[in-house]
Design a protein around this ligand. Sequence first.
Ligand SMILES: Cc1cc2nc3c(=O)[nH]c(=O)nc-3n(C[C@H](O)[C@H](O)[C@H](O)COP(=O)(O)OP(=O)(O)OC[C@H]3O[C@@H](n4cnc5c(N)ncnc54)[C@H](O)[C@@H]3O)c2cc1C
Length: 410
Amino acid sequence: MEMMSKRICVIGGGAAGMMAAGTAHLYGANVTIFESTDRLGKKLAITGKGRCNVTNACSTQEFLENVTKNPRFLYAALNAFDTDSTVSFFEGLGVKLKTERGKRVYPESDRAKDIVDAMKNYSSGAKTVFSKVKSVRQCDDGTFCVIADREYTFDSVIIATGGKSYPLTGSDGSGYKLANRLGHSVTELIPSLIPLESSSSLCKSLQGLSLKNVAIKIKTSDSSVVYEDFGEMMFAHFGVTGPIILSASAHLRNYDISTLTLSIDLKPALDEKTLNARLLSDFSANSNKDFINSLGGLLPSKMIEPFILTVGINKRKKVNAITKEERQRIIKVLKSLDIPLLKYRPIEEAIVTSGGVDVKEISPKTMESKILRGLYFAGEILDVDAYTGGFNLQIAFSTGYLAGKSAAES
Ligand SMILES: Cc1cc2nc3c(=O)[nH]c(=O)nc-3n(C[C@H](O)[C@H](O)[C@H](O)COP(=O)(O)OP(=O)(O)OC[C@H]3O[C@@H](n4cnc5c(N)ncnc54)[C@H](O)[C@@H]3O)c2cc1C
């Protein structure tokens, strides 16, 4: 007698869902993807500023060091499908890749669309229903009843509905409710890789200004350093954003953000002594000018007036009248422009959602629920998340692969 192939439902057509669906199909299952938007991979298409940082060319050990929550849970998933697997996977699907600074891997074409197309291609053996799943329940015979545009029956269900951020891409958090109703706990959901708000009017006046090659420190009220980094940041009407700010945000979970200060070293390449010599020479070249007209060589023009306000020297003061004490103050602000922080931006603006389905209730070897047999989870819905660098997509690929394979084989 011919065996009927296993009917598997994948909820969510993102990175994890497409990987799970394609893999389950490869292992012989009859797969249906449910996707609530009108397209597969909407979020994937905007990743890495449209270039898609698809993974990180690092070892599994280094990889786990970049996972902020529950790294050990990922061990088996990475064993089944690691960063090398991701590289050969996409190259096998005809997408040439390249590795950039920080071992970040991108498509050679710089087009996230090529990654989306490859994933669509890989999962094309599955049927896709563009309809939102409203509920899932398990029947007495162990099958699952899935309600979307109509009622469907499946042998297994893989929930890969993503997080709660960028809801326009479809990840509106509805998957957490599905998981909850199936008996799973969801840990606290907080934004990660998120811009930070500040109460300082300085940010508003510097809105739109991008600073490259600055060093930042995030400090507590007793000046201990929580995080430091070097690179690019930007001012916005609400506060601060840009790569090093987003990275910093993932390190602030255990703090009340409103007690923290961002300290920006505007001249990290110059120590105070060198900076003093530089100021003395700039000032002697401009000695009869107003203070406000003497800083053009040192600061971007948009920053000069707000900087002078912060230093507290009259902008019309003649440069030759600036005292040594005032010069020390200028150096102090150049080396440490302090911005009091207030809170995270709303979770909708986060690159990832931290928190999710409690991993204690899921088998790390299969991604299967320990509560309901035949139920699996993959991707950002899980309570695992990582820093920037291609790690979050790799988590989606590894857990998606393992969930798809285990569901088909069980
Ligand atoms: C702007 C931005 C840039 C990013 N850049 C990078 C990067 O360069 N590298 C990196 O590693 N990570 C990046 N990330 C993070 C990465 O995109 C996510 O971690 C990853 O997409 C998670 O994959 P997922 O499949 O779990 O969820 P998603 O990709 O969010 O997919 C979930 C899917 O499920 C669907 N869905 C949700 N609920 C239902 C429902 N009830 N019924 C049916 N369908 C449903 C959604 O419509 C969606 O298509 C970025 C994120 C953002 C927002």
